[in-house]
Design a protein. Structure first.
Lengths: 331, 204, 702
């Protein structure tokens, strides 16, 4: 790790201004991923702008019934928030299925969204990787890729996005608020993360110098219930092999609303629009859920060693939706 | 020796802070205040171990993957290997050295000894600090992955064995003391239920 | 001998418990002498080749950098038997991750930055890191780890197997496994007046002292190695590892004390690993359930610089009656890191395969697997014909079955459902040999009535201080708290490492002998003790050198209940229960911890742990603790360990067999057998992760 400058920003405007003056500046939130990557020589900032103490640590009710989550709200605080647990259980569950208690106490909402892939080649600075060093190649396509993408990958990159929280946010139609040198803007969570295409070095749509300031949740659907389920190698403290975030509203046996997103399958949380199209208006049966999953997963292009993810995603889809439909029926 | 910056942050940012490689920080560790010039690259873990000779927090992986470095920062358990010391300016840090009250062990420490919830002992300080955080988090009603979905969001979480296992899963133990760690955490939780857990340690 | 006030087997609290829970216990890297410098190693990034150039200019230009050691400037070392210690001695790179340089600086941060700034150029060569059953490089070694012959044949296996009415022929694979003790390999070295003192994390500092003396051409009295507290080892700290040599070199080169802690990610390449094994097991039996033919054939790998052959077929030589038997090992040298010991080398992977095959045989025969094992108990050790000093496998199986609630059990698979979960139970046997090695100890009686025992034993988490105090107290007839124990320093009387489950037996024998001699001297002494007290020394060289006429092994039985999630393929253990017969248990509290710990590591071997060599780069792909899944607390449910009182007079004065390793033996088979019982699917490739389990489960209706 080379030496770097450090400054603690007193305001969002100051943070953005300082970062704008130094091309190799990075914002420091909880640091749980950034410091890790700096130790690996994967991230090599010349300046850290500490934004962890900015006044962005509140969870606020919005007039329309939604929720505004400040970017520095800690993952554990967000997961424990009564409003989140009550109205957006999928988000609380996703957060609690990720990392460890210690990491959740440190990691921030904004930083969680910017987690980088756990692909072994990306993390080893001595190896080629198009994401870390554009143009050097992607050894994962032929190499160790059991944990990597089956959907939306490109010849340049087969990495997966590791955040559980981001999958829930995609299913909840959240909005990411950004503050940059050119002012403020917002991006739907479903569009925030990119597919790798020929620019895998770019994980998200965030622009140079932009700071995540908040995430907004739209009002929870009345009658909708939501759930997150994650399959992993270890019972706790492991990244997802596949995860699914689902919001389901069933009325008189038919699906009135469904939102579905997958983790562990792609370079971004995979919002399953094709599956949702099958679900909408259909009867809430396991058969429907399986057809929905199949419609989405028809596009899967598994690599040599990760074909199991397709069946796993299908099973999880059916399992989670059936669980939600069942609890709706019992309610 | 390079010169270090004054404490970073608050007010106008001096240009030197942007270009310098060291800054002065104030750390309050186990009730003692230290003013230190730290290399920006230094983690809290390395400052504790190499500068302050507080060797209770252990370096197991240095990447937040094992939990041996767990300490409490402003009362919250955290992996000190991933915290840059410079960013902890003004924080209150509690390490395992700060838990016992002179000769009297903290109930968690007592329980770990009695239950033989350790073997090589290397993960133990992290386990104990983590457990202290777990007791506080449960008392504050923080849910875990295994808390029932319909649990009362305002209520205290009952620390069943499953709850303890899940909440302690950020602390790896290669000697395999887990079953006895779960017993020890449950014992300690019982013992200190009357007081408010988490306040026993100094400095937090 | 007077009756001991604290008899052996008492559940005494471990002596260093308080130091460990308060953070006062100091490990190897927790000594910071004045002027201490920090080192950071530079690993090779090619799988095979030669170093053509090392550019250290950028590294040396960093303020605070003291030196960069390379093969061009590092102190020359004398040649030793272990080539993995010949660091920075030549330009050869035998595998990726081999150390090619070492940066030394006045801070940890600068040392790491300097290591990253070192530029090394290589001439690369072709390489091969892939173990396959048909690898043309496989050969039969002279002997395998532990000094056993690579091949043993009895009777006519081929004919007996061909004639057997019921047979099993299956191949099981265990991937490379990493020890990953929680304390990384670490050393703090300093030279003072020509004397080298090192705090090293080691399972035996006498050997480290001896090797350092040989490497640096010093007298043994010119080197002191201290291993006061050791954060686990499980075999990978059994002999010196490169960090201690590098730290000593750097300290000599810079004239400063030097501290070196290996980064976790580099450990897999330099501290040893459990070699992968491809194991074909063939069993033939009569319809009466008696095994007539047994073959266990193992293929494994080693590195190009040293031969280490995981002795996985060895336990098949002692486990079951088998009039016609063949046990073989073949090994292929690959361009990989050198494998070494990991908890129960040989037994852990070998008994996974053998005990899985026995389960398959039980299914093929339609017999209960507990009953089948009991039925095939041998009268004497099948391989040698020697009598067992004691063997209570049957009793362990019966006691375990009783405690676990094994019966009634419907042997048919895939019948027990709880929602999406399939449930099953499995059983397997355990075994581990009794090893003993020479040790020396001093016992001293002070004028104030206290005692002191000095021996270079090592506590790697076993509670050695505590149990040796019990042994001494029993022999002295003194209260245990009057006995001070000094261990963990090579200046103490030399003793064998904490490994091979032989520490307590070997050290305890020497302590018992010294203490017994002290009692005799005290009895003979007239009047008050002199001010300096009275001491005795004992050496068990003679006793331990005498070959035993007995076959000596610990045995055990392990029972597991698992759940398999049919949605995800996730396997989780619900219950583990082990019953062991390991001679006399000397401290029931710390012994239970060791058994449970071994079983937990076995659970990891079954379900979560696995590493792989990357054909494209030649290194381990699972090199950190996020990708190599050591079990977490949530993976480890109710684990119970029990034991039988076993009275075996053919061991040592304490009657103990050693308990550090048997707990891992058989666990993986018990779990895998339970997975079969749950699902009806026989998975023979560890670990049983969802990617392997899910595709084999029956397709769900939707």
């Amino acid at each position: 790790m080379k030496q770097f400058g450090y400054v603690r920003a007193g305001s969002v405007a100051e943070a953005v201004r300082i970062a704008g003056e130094e091309p190799d500046a990075r914002f420091l939130g909880g640091g749980t991923n950034l410091v890790d990557l700096m130790k690996l020589g994967v991230a090599t900032p010349r300046l850290l702008v500490d934004v962890s103490r900015l006044p962005l640590d509140r969870i606020e009710e919005l007039p329309d019934g939604g929720l505004r989550i400040g970017a520095t709200v800690r993952n554990s605080v967000l997961a424990a928030d009564p409003a989140v647990r009550d109205r957006y259980p999928v988000l609380s569950q996703a957060l609690l299925s990720g990392a460890s208690g210690q990491l959740r106490n440190t990691a921030t909402t904004g930083g969680n969204l910017l987690q980088r892939t756990r692909c072994a080649y990306f993390q080893d600075a001595a190896k080629p990787c198009n994401k870390r060093a554009p143009g050097t190649g992607c050894p994962a396509r032929e190499g160790a890729h059991r944990d990597l993408a089956v959907l939306g990958h490109s010849e340049h990159c087969v990495a997966t996005q590791p955040s559980d929280m981001a999958v829930a946010l995609a299913a909840l139609d959240a909005t990411v608020h950004l503050h940059g040198p050119d002012g403020e803007r917002s991006v739907p969570a479903t569009d925030f993360h990119r597919l790798p295409g020929d620019r895998p070095e770019q994980d998200t749509e965030i622009r140079r110098g932009e700071l995540i300031t908040a995430v907004e949740l739209p009002p929870a659907r009345p009658g909708g219930n939501s759930r997150y389920r994650k399959a992993r190698d270890r019972a706790s403290f492991a990244f997802a092999l596949v995860s699914v975030a689902a919001v389901l509203d069933v009325h008189e046996g038919a699906v009135r609303h469904a939102a579905l997103a997958y983790g562990g399958l792609a370079h971004r949380p995979w919002r399953a629009r094709a599956a949702e199209a099958v679900l909408h208006g259909a009867s809430a049966t396991e058969d429907t859920f399986a057809r929905a999953a199949d419609a989405e997963l028809a596009a899967a292009r598994p690599l040599r060693e990760n074909g199991f993810k397709v069946a796993l995603a299908r099973n999880l889809t059916v399992g989670v939706l059936a669980g939600l439909a069942g609890s709706a029926a019992r309610a | 020796m390079e010169t270090s910056n004054p404490p970073a942050g608050s007010g106008d940012v001096p240009r030197s802070a942007v270009t310098g490689a060291r800054s002065e920080v104030i750390l309050r560790v186990n009730g003692t205040t230290y003013t230190l010039a730290v290399d920006h690259r230094s983690t809290l873990l390395d400052v504790l171990r190499e500068r302050l000779d507080l060797i209770g927090a252990k370096k197991g992986c240095d990447h937040g993957q094992c939990g041996a470095c767990t300490v409490l920062v402003d009362g919250w358990r955290a992996n000190s290997c991933l915290l840059l010391a410079v960013a902890q300016d003004g924080r209150h840090v509690t390490t395992v050295e700060g838990l016992s009250d002179g000769q009297r062990l903290h109930p968690l420490q007592e329980a770990f000894v009695e239950r033989d919830a350790l073997q090589c002992g290397y993960c133990t300080p992290g386990q104990i600090c983590s457990a202290l955080g777990v007791l506080r988090e449960a008392a504050d009603g923080h849910p875990s992955h295994v808390t029932p979905y319909d649990a009362d969001p305002g209520g205290t979480v009952d620390l069943t064995a499953d709850e303890i296992r899940e909440r302690m899963s950020g602390n790896l133990c290669r000697c395999g003391a887990y079953p006895r760690i779960v017993e020890a955490v449950a014992d300690a939780g019982d013992r200190i239920r009357d007081g408010r857990p988490g306040d026993t340690g100094a400095g937090s | 001998m007077p009756p001991a006030p604290h008899p052996l087997s008492a559940p005494l609290l471990r002596r260093e418990g308080r130091e460990k829970v308060t953070g006062a216990a100091r490990y190897a890297a927790e000594h910071t002498p004045p002027g201490c410098a920090y080192a950071w190693p530079v690993p090779a990034i090619v799988a095979r080749g030669r170093i053509t150039a090392v550019d250290t200019a950028d590294a040396l230009a960093l303020p605070g950098v003291l030196a960069v050691l390379t093969h061009e400037n590092a102190p020359r070392l004398a040649a030793l038997e272990d080539p993995t210690l010949a660091v920075l001695q030549n330009d050869r790179v035998p595998h990726r991750g081999w150390y090619v340089a070492l940066a030394v600086a006045d801070s940890l941060e600068t040392a790491r930055a300097a290591a990253e700034a070192v530029r090394v150029a290589y001439d690369t060569a072709g390489y091969d890191v892939r173990l396959t059953a048909g690898h043309p490089g496989l050969y039969t070694p002279e002997e395998v780890n532990g000094g056993y012959p690579a091949v043993r044949e009895r009777g006519d296996f081929d004919a007996a197997f061909a004639a057997a009415p019921v047979t099993v022929d299956a191949t099981y694979t265990v991937p490379p496994l990493h020890n990953h003790p929680m304390e990384p390999h670490a050393s703090t070295a300093r030279w003072y007046d020509g004397h080298l003192t090192v705090h090293d994390t080691s399972q035996g500092s006498t050997r480290v002292r001896d090797d350092l003396a040989a490497l640096f051409t010093l007298g043994k009295d010119e080197v002191t190695v201290v291993s006061e507290h050791v954060g686990g080892g499980f075999g990978c700290k059994g002999t010196p590892r490169p960090q201690v040599v590098l730290a000593a070199m750097a300290a000599r080169f810079t004239g400063r004390p030097v501290k070196l802690v290996l980064p976790r990610r580099q450990m897999a390449a330099v501290v040893g690993h459990r070699a992968p094994t491809l194991q074909r097991v063939r069993l033939g039996a009569g319809t009466d359930g008696l095994i007539t033919a047994l073959a266990h054939e193992v293929a494994t790998h080693t590195s190009t610089i040293t031969e280490f052959t995981e002795q996985a077929a060895v336990p098949a030589r002692i486990m079951y009656r088998s009039p016609h038997s063949r046990t073989t090992h073949r090994v292929v040298p690959l361009d990989i890191p050198t494998p070494s010991w990991m908890r129960a080398p040989g037994e852990a992977p070998g008994m996974y395969a053998l005990e899985s095959a026995v389960d398959e045989l039980a299914v093929a025969l339609g017999r209960d697997p507990v009953e089948l094992r009991i039925r095939n108990e041998p009268e004497t050790e099948p391989d040698s014909g020697r009598s067992f000093s004691s063997r209570h496998l049957t009793a362990c199986l019966q006691a375990g079955a009783e405690r676990f609630g094994w019966l009634p059990r419907d042997p048919r698979p895939a019948l027990r459902r709880e929602g999406d979960l399939l449930l099953g139970t499995g059983v397997a046997a355990s075994t581990y040999p009794v090893y003993l090695a020479p040790a020396t100890a001093e016992a001293h009686a002070a004028a104030d009535g206290s005692y002191r025992i000095r021996i270079n034993a090592t506590d790697i988490g076993t509670g050695a201080r505590t149990v040796l105090a019990q042994v001494a107290a029993a022999a002295l007839g003194a209260p245990e708290d009057r006995v001070r124990i000094e261990i963990g320093d090579s200046d103490l009387p030399p003793a064998v490492l904490a490994g091979g489950s032989m520490g307590t037996g070997s050290w305890g024998w020497a302590v018992h002998k010294a203490a017994t001699a002290l009692v005799a001297r005290l009895r003979a002494h007239q009047g008050p003790l002199p001010a300096q007290g009275i001491g005795t020394t004992a050496d068990t060289g003679q006793e331990t050198a005498a070959p035993s006429p007995y076959s000596r092994h610990a045995f055990g039985a392990q029972f597991a209940e698992v759940q398999v999630d049919t949605v995800t393929g996730e396997v989780r253990v619900r219950r583990l229960l082990g019953v062991f017969a390991a001679g006399r248990i000397l401290n029931s509290r710390t012994a239970r911890s060791q058994f449970i710990g071994g079983m937990t590591m076995g659970l990891g071997m079954a379900l979560t742990e696995g590493s792989g060599l990357d054909p494209a780069f030649g290194d381990f792909t699972e090199c950190d603790l996020a990708s190599y899944h050591v079990p977490a607390s949530a993976d480890v449910p109710a684990v119970e360990a029990h034991w039988l009182d076993e009275d075996d007079p053919h061991l040592n004065p304490m009657g103990s067999k050693g308990i550090g390793e048997i707990g891992i033996v058989g666990t993986a088979a018990a779990v895998a057998n339970a997975v079969w019982h749950a699902t009806g699917v026989r998975l023979r490739d560890l670990p049983l992760t969802p990617d392997k389990v899910l595709p084999r489960l029956p397709v769900r209706p939707h």
